[in-house]
Ligand binder design. Sequence first.
Ligand code: F6R
Length: 241
Amino acid sequence: MELKKYADYDQMSEAVAKEIAAHVRRHPRTVLGLATGSTPIGLYRELIRHHREEQLDFSEVITFNLDEYYGIQSDHPQSYHRFMQDHFFAHVNIPEQHIHIPESQPEDVQSYCRRYDEMIEEAGGIDIQILGIGSNGHIGFNEPAEELQLHTHQVQLAPSTIEANSRFFSSRDEVPRSAITMGMRSILKARRIFLLASGEGKAPIVKKLMKPAISTRLPASLLWLHDNVQICVDGAAAQLL
Ligand code: F6R
């Protein structure tokens, strides 16, 4: 696990975008694993800039998002389908059929989740996975627990996640209680992983994460088992290191 500290959020976003852009130029058919939330917004903004100003071509890129709230309409302003359209997909040339985001309410959840992992395999596996980190240590929506799930699955959100994400909804009651998320193995199979953390609110969990030990109570700590992970932090998230 390699720690990369950046002076601020913009520098972090620019640096990670540059790495992804370089990879996509070398390998146009890159498979990207994508996250939502506040943290990667700057990264998406930078990738859009590379597309517009530096002719970065996404026409062969394939994407798989980590998660989606369960039971939310895909045009709901807080759905991750909508988030990805607004912050990234509407502004670059990724063909629609190359974009994968977990369905919010599949008819048969189990077989749909199995199919989602199969689709990742059929695409050749994820080349670069972008992650944020919850202040409770979750990645995707793999919440701290006694046991973690390996594959894509439906999960109950932790009270702390509902609380944290209520900032995007008009009230806490509106936050969906459950989500479909890629599992730990789905994430750890990615060839290269960037975990981004920004702001002082993330400083305590970043400090815990940098202790080289693993625990299902800190799902992100399982990234220590992977050989190609960069933990990218801005100054505020690094302040307790
Ligand atoms: C989002 C996701 C989550 C977020 C995490 C941090 O797709 O999988 O794990 O990355 O909750 O969210 P922000 O960036 O809003 O602090």
